[in-house]
Design a protein around this ligand. Structure first.
Ligand code: NAD
Ligand code: LMR
Length: 336
């Protein structure tokens, strides 16, 4: 691969590297789908000590992929080794929920991981590291991680709602009968939980060469306010009920999409990311809330000026309230 010759490798960490999401994600990162086809990567793989044997097998498989962009691999159980000098961190490692649980039921078990990893990032990571939290409850974990890494700007901590966005876009495309990329600017507001608000009111679709608002193309307000919303809210649970394990292939794809757009830019599309709220759209400040953003030059910016009708207001308030409660609970857990 002549084109990648000479470019310096960047260091990228994936936590939970022996788990099921990582199993799909590592290939995407190492094959160039995230940081571009000319950017070599040095992968840092963090998991817990009992998983080091399994992780060794993943390292063997990465070698056996014979990928030209993979400059090296560092498997470790030590956060301070894993986070050293990384420019991007995929924080996946955490317990997944089982059938019948809500994601916030994982809070007590998982939030301590993000306190500890925030502290390690604060010590050894580059101050411009871009952090994507995937482990659930993702929004609140990202907030805690940021709180324990005060030397890194809070804009650098994000939570993944891209899977919800991809689910929403796919539902709308199927309903209208167009390829998925013809739909853009669907928004996920709030928490990556069953209170999230998938919002198609500003989405647009290309049909027969012309752009149309999605609400006009679908012409079924009841569908957009009920079936569409609940299908996306409950999709993670539906996958768990069917697979007996939580989504992994689609979660890894969404994590790649999120980080790629953050590094390389979102172009003329809005994307949804959980970011530390500045109070935009009357949301609670200082919780990690998913907003529509555009990204350029490695920075995200919340899309401003959208109209929030009464229905949307209620939905935003409900998910904001849940995030404020989760934050309180997480701060209590972190005290001891
Ligand atoms: P998994 O159980 O297959 O893998 C998790 C891995 O993390 C395991 O190998 C485990 O040993 C490791 N781990 C646990 N504690 C760790 C620590 N302190 N440091 C490093 N590694 C640690 O789970 P999975 O299916 O890969 O899911 C991982 C997480 O992602 C879960 O919390 C799941 O709910 C969440 N998830 C989020 C989204 C989203 O859209 N935000 C989507 C899917 C899954
Ligand atoms: C998902 O949305 O699929 C993940 O967050 C896993 C889950 O628990 O639903």
């Amino acid at each position: 691969n002549m084109s990648s010759e000479g470019a310096e490798p960047i260091r990228v960490v994936v936590t939970g590297a022996a788990g099921q999401i990582a199993y799909s994600l590592l290939y995407q990162i190492a094959s160039g789908a995230v940081f571009g086809p000319n950017q070599p990567v040095y992968l840092h793989l963090l998991d817990i000590a009992p998983m080091m044997g399994v992780l060794e097998g993943v390292v063997m498989e990465l070698a056996d992929c014979a990928l030209p962009l993979l400059a090296g691999v560092l498997p470790t159980a030590k956060p301070e080794e894993a986070f050293k000098d990384v420019v991007a961190a995929f924080l996946v490692g955490a317990m997944p929920r089982k059938e019948g649980m809500e994601r916030k039921d994982l809070l007590a078990a998982n939030v301590r991981i993000f306190k500890e990893q925030g502290q390690a990032l604060d010590k050894v990571a580059r101050k411009d590291v871009k952090v994507l939290v995937v482990g659930n409850p993702a929004n609140t974990n990202a907030l805690i991680c940021s709180k324990y890494a005060p030397s890194i700007p809070k804009e650098n901590f994000t939570a993944m709602t891209r899977l919800d966005q991809n689910r929403a876009q796919s539902q709308l495309a199927a309903k209208i009968g167009v390829p998925v990329q013809n739909v853009k600017n669907v928004i996920i507001w709030g928490n990556h939980s069953s209170t999230q608000f998938p919002d198609a009111s500003n989405a647009v679709v290309t049909v027969g060469g012309a752009q149309k608002p999605v609400p006009a193309a679908i012409n079924d307000d009841a569908y957009l306010k009920s079936t569409f919303v609940t299908t996306v809210q409950k999709r993670g649970a539906a996958v768990i009920a069917a697979r007996k394990m939580s989504s992994a292939l689609s979660a890894a794809k969404a994590a790649s999409d999120h980080m790629r757009d953050w590094f390389l830019g979102s172009g003329d599309r809005w994307v949804s990311m959980g970011v530390v709220s500045d109070g935009s759209y009357g949301t609670p400040r200082d919780v990690v809330f998913s907003f529509p953003v555009t990204t350029a030059n490695g920075k995200w910016k919340i899309v401003q000026g959208l109209t929030i009708n009464d229905f949307a207001r209620q939905m935003l308030d409900a998910t904001g309230k849940e995030l404020a409660e989760e934050k309180q609970e997480a701060m209590d857990v972190c005290k001891d």
